[in-house]
Design a protein around this ligand. Sequence first.
Ligand SMILES: NC(=O)c1ccc[n+]([C@@H]2O[C@H](COP(=O)([O-])OP(=O)(O)OC[C@H]3O[C@@H](n4cnc5c(N)ncnc54)[C@H](OP(=O)(O)O)[C@@H]3O)[C@@H](O)[C@H]2O)c1
Length: 239
Amino acid sequence: MAFHNSTVVITGGSRGIGRQIALGFARDTAHALMLIARDSTALDKARKDCIDAGCKKVETAVCDLTVPEEIQDLELPAGLPGVGVLVNNAGTFLLKPLAGTTPDEFRRQWEINAMAPFLLTRKLLPGLLQQERGLVVNISSVGALSGQPQSGAYSSSKHALLGFSRSLRLELRNTSVAVTTINLGQTMSTSWEGVEVDPDELIDPSDVAGLIVSLTRMSSRSVAEEITLRPRKGDRKPD
Ligand SMILES: NC(=O)c1ccc[n+]([C@@H]2O[C@H](COP(=O)([O-])OP(=O)(O)OC[C@H]3O[C@@H](n4cnc5c(N)ncnc54)[C@H](OP(=O)(O)O)[C@@H]3O)[C@@H](O)[C@H]2O)c1
């Protein structure tokens, strides 16, 4: 199976940034898609939108990525080509100082932002290594590059993801699988719902999609190890 026809797995592909990444692949590439999230209605809608955008094969999987057994039970639907690209995008953001964060809230940030990418990569890596070439993209955050006084649990979980991603890159250096970390700044998505914000102040999620599509077009001789993407005018200050 040629890399350009392989399946792109996108976690959190039902809405927000993940949905835009899926639409970017649907519009501009010949890849098949597999979208993973918990809400089947949103997944069905994203699937339809990807087909309307030109993708010929789109499958969805309902999976709570914070439940290791559900990740273990995930199967690639018959008829989909092998996985060539994995985008670990699903994540949640807790806006809370550490002093007020409960142990349960702290653990849940780690489960979705750090453990889930590890577990899913672990599950899909043997298949990726059998492909002509492979790419793992981990959507981290600028919150992984410095401490965050308003969101310490989130920041620490994204620091963990960044360490995982950097290590995976080195571990796979002599294989056909490249690993890219995107340290993302504030980006327009469904996670901003309810916040009064001018979309022009935030990163356009279709730019994230375009960036990831462009990574798949680089020759296999190169890898973008780490990319930091920020709103051009800088971060919007918290309200
Ligand atoms: N937006 C920003 O400003 C920003 C900035 C820096 C980094 N990021 C990172 O970018 C990524 C996407 O963020 P976003 O703003 O697009 O988030 P979003 O709008 O809240 O979307 C999150 C996606 O992840 C899925 N998801 C959440 N929890 C899940 C779980 N337990 N199991 C499976 N799927 C789950 C959601 O679907 P279900 O709820 O149906 O499961 C949804 O598809 C995250 O990793 C985030 O940390 C975002």
